[in-house]
Design a protein around this ligand. Structure first.
Ligand SMILES: CC(C)(COP(=O)(O)OP(=O)(O)OC[C@H]1O[C@@H](n2cnc3c(N)ncnc32)[C@H](O)[C@@H]1OP(=O)(O)O)[C@@H](O)C(=O)NCCC(=O)NCCS
Length: 154
């Protein structure tokens, strides 16, 4: 059975549109705060080879993961979340597995991501999926930001 019984996964090159995008943005604001959806849309416009993965329960988006090409051969896993009522069912792991499979198919050799201590669940998830911490810097809010990277098997 797929991780998260009754959950269906879909993949979009670029951002989805219509209801899927509206739902995704609502979930993004629920998790990251008001105003964050516009910020994400603005930033997404400047990105190359964006890949969006979504998890749907019924017609509802309950999880998403978005990444883009950082430079040739290198992918950046940018942002993602799972709706609070759907956590710890393996949905984020499955989104990550699908993102990595797509990246391998497309010839990417490494995936980089960045997170903060406050996104601890994501940090644990990344470490469990084979990412290494490769650096730390202090961002404009004065918070340490951890850079993680994973090499994809050929
Ligand atoms: C991080 C997040 C996406 C994880 O989603 P999820 O679907 O619950 O994750 P999974 O069920 O695939 O969890 C896989 C593993 O990650 C780890 N993990 C996930 N949530 C955890 C938690 N609350 N505490 C400890 N470990 C956790 C566990 O090892 C877990 O495996 P297990 O359930 O077999 O123990 C979700 O908690 C979330 O949306 N958090 C807020 C947003 C966020 O942090 N986004 C990233 C910002 S960079």
């Amino acid at each position: 059975m797929e991780p998260g019984p009754g959950v269906e996964y879909r993949q979009f090159e670029g951002l989805p549109d219509g209801k899927v995008l509206a739902d995704l943005l609502r979930l993004h604001e629920l998790v990251f705060g008001a105003g964050e959806a516009d910020r994400m849309l603005r930033e997404a416009r400047n990105r190359h080879r964006l890949l969006t993965l979504v998890a749907l329960a019924g017609q509802q988006v309950v999880g998403y993961k978005i990444g883009y090409e950082r430079k040739p051969g290198h992918f950046y896993s940018w942002v993602g979340a799972v709706a609070p009522g759907f956590r710890r069912r393996g949905i984020a792991s499955e989104l990550m597995r699908r993102q990595h499979a797509w990246c391998r198919e497309q010839g990417y050799g490494t995936i980089r991501t960045a997170t903060k201590n406050k996104w601890r669940d994501m940090l644990i998830l990344n470490l469990r999926h084979g990412f290494d911490i490769i650096g730390v810097y202090v961002d404009q809010q004065g918070e340490p930001k951890l850079i993680l990277e994973k090499r994809l098997p050929r």
